[in-house]
Design a protein around this ligand. Structure first.
Ligand code: 13P
Length: 252
């Protein structure tokens, strides 16, 4: 049985005071939720303070990116070991904003995924098509290419511990959520791809989150789909009440 997993991607939002307050709000309100895994992903500079503020709570901390090298002359970059050092358990890799705005390729994401696993960080790897690709009927083709490029060369164990986030780019920050049927279709396709490239047991273990305009109002229906194992939440994760409202959509 896959444990539902809801993660908040704070992107480039909050400041020191509001980041800690938000983290504490989420931790306080989620203490009794035993049936779901939770994580929050603040900007790099607040990771340490947030991890300290909610240490011992049921809420894990994740980063929004990292570099694949372990150490060295890479000005401005942050390694997996550094993220672990400040208390991270997860790292989001290959988010569409990094792919489309910062020019990150599948090959670069793949190097990061390997480095994360080697260090002991669990990667949340994002895939998703843009609107023109969906309208051209190329969604599955795009998802397969991103999966094959970003997740190449993992062991069964590493794949099973990888979280995938299906985030259709046209649904991110637009208020246009994929219908539960549209999302379920892609999630089921992804699981079939994993079964084909690894095996059925690995495919049944991998948690696949949906991301893109998830809100308390649409969460239960999305999370009720058989292959949707959680959510990666942007805007609605910036208030404890709305983030927990989404978590409430997970069947206990
Ligand atoms: P929104 O929830 O704001 O649409 O963002 C989704 C996302 O990109 C999460 O990583």
């Amino acid at each position: 049985m896959r444990r539902p997993f809801i993660a908040g991607n704070w992107k480039m939002h909050t400041d020191r005071v509001s980041a800690i307050a938000l983290a504490e709000g989420v931790a306080d309100q989620s203490a009794s939720l035993a049936h779901v895994d939770l994580a929050i992903c603040p900007p790099y500079v607040y990771l340490d303070a947030v991890a300290r503020a909610i240490a011992g709570s049921k809420v894990a901390v994740g980063a929004q990116n990292m570099y694949h090298e372990a150490a060295g002359a890479y000005t401005g970059e942050v390694s997996a070991a550094m993220l672990l050092d400040v208390g991270c358990k997860y790292v989001i890799l290959g988010h569409s904003e990094r792919r489309h705005i910062l020019g990150e390729t599948d090959a670069a994401v793949n190097r990061k995924v390997h480095a994360a696993h080697q260090a002991g960080l669990a990667p949340i790897v994002c895939v998703g098509e843009v609107l023109a690709e969906r309208e051209a009927g190329k969604t599955l083709q795009v998802i397969r290419a991103q999966f094959e490029g970003s997740l190449a060369g993992l062991s069964d164990d590493q794949m099973a511990k990888t979280v995938i986030a299906y985030e259709p780019v046209w649904a991110i920050g637009t208020g246009k959520v994929a219908t539960p049927e549209q999302a379920q279709e892609v999630h089921a396709d992804l699981r079939k791809i994993i079964a084909g490239q690894y095996n059925a047991q690995v495919a049944e273990s991998v948690r696949i989150q949906y991301g893109g305009s998830v809100k308390p109002e649409n969460a239960a229906e999305l999370l009720g789909q058989p292959d949707i194992d959680g959510a990666l939440v942007g805007g609605a994760s910036l208030k404890a009440d709305s983030f927990l409202g989404i978590v409430a959509g997970v069947k206990a």
